[in-house]
Design a protein around this ligand. Structure first.
Ligand SMILES: Nc1ncnc2c1ncn2[C@@H]1O[C@H](COP(=O)(O)OP(=O)(O)OP(=O)(O)O)[C@@H](O)[C@H]1O
Length: 255
């Protein structure tokens, strides 16, 4: 079976010959359907650049990215828009909910853009609201919701179109520890119960310990990988911390 995400010899440089930053420097890996993967690394190691290349926000300098067997680095115009709408879901650090829409309409928006019928939209939004425990706040506007409710609303929005791949960039960055725990629980639930494939950038070992696999980046390259296997979250957290300690001088930037 083909992997859901395949990154082959990915290169992304910024600048020009006189001032070149090798943000992503020849990275290859695959992600299978249903995996929950974190990318960790010190500040400036290239995590967000990698995510932005996969999400097609950034154009790559070299290499290939396949999602469901489709080469996404070559997409342009309508095909690119269609790929983003149909195949990707995003969870951002600052939620990026629209202030002028209530939670229901925020979640429904992507389905409306896909021209789905109103009764189908209603059913899907209600189901997603139930699954993420936000049924009570669906009529509320973002300014009326708590941070955790907003973040779960953002998760529902990312999931409602049933995308192939959910991309999350530091999703817990703006949350206190209780809400961060709730969000990570939601992501874990989306992965284990709804079979979502999630690819998350984080500098936080606690967040990474909720995933099943951690890729570690250093200076634009992948330098290590951990898989959780059968162990519990606490044991996985300890192993992640051990790898971070191997990063030595970078420790302070990573945790
Ligand atoms: N638009 C840009 N133009 C030039 N250089 C950039 C640009 N975006 C990122 N970089 C550089 O690329 C490198 C990787 O940056 P990136 O944002 O991917 O790192 P990161 O691991 O996500 O860091 P952080 O944890 O601080 O968000 C850094 O050296 C950064 O300065």
């Amino acid at each position: 079976m083909k992997p859901l995400l395949e990154v082959q010899n990915l290169i992304k440089y910024y600048g020009n010959k006189s001032s070149l930053t090798k943000a992503v420097n020849d990275i290859s890996f695959t992600v299978e359907k249903g995996e929950f993967t974190a990318v960790m690394g010190a500040s400036g190691s290239g995590k967000t650049t990698l995510l932005n290349c996969i999400s097609t926000i950034d154009r790559v300098t070299g290499g290939h990215i396949f999602v469901n067997g489709q080469e996404v680095t070559k997409l342009k115009g309508h095909s690119l828009t269609k790929f983003r709408c149909r195949q990707l879901g995003f969870v951002f650090q600052d939620f990026q909910l629209l202030d002028t829409l209530n939670a229901f309409d925020n979640i429904a928006l992507a389905l409306q853009i896909q021209n789905q019928k109103p009764d189908v939209i209603r059913k899907k939004v209600m189901e997603m609201g139930e699954q993420l425990n936000i049924t009570d706040v669906l009529q509320k506007y973002p300014y009326e919701m708590s941070g955790g409710q907003k973040q779960r609303c953002a998760c529902a929005r990312a999931m409602v179109t049933e995308p192939s791949l959910i991309l999350a960039d530091e999703p817990t960055g703006a949350l206190d520890s209780q809400n961060a725990g709730m969000l990570l629980g939601s992501l874990q639930y989306m992965n284990t119960d709804l079979d979502a494939t999630i690819f998350m950038v984080t500098h936080d070992a606690f967040s990474a310990s909720y995933t099943r696999r951690v890729l570690f980046m250093k200076d634009g390259k992948l330098f290590h990988e951990l898989r959780r296997g059968q162990e519990g979250r606490k044991e996985f957290f300890d192993r992640i911390m051990h790898v971070i300690s191997l990063l030595g001088g970078d420790l302070n930037h990573v945790v």
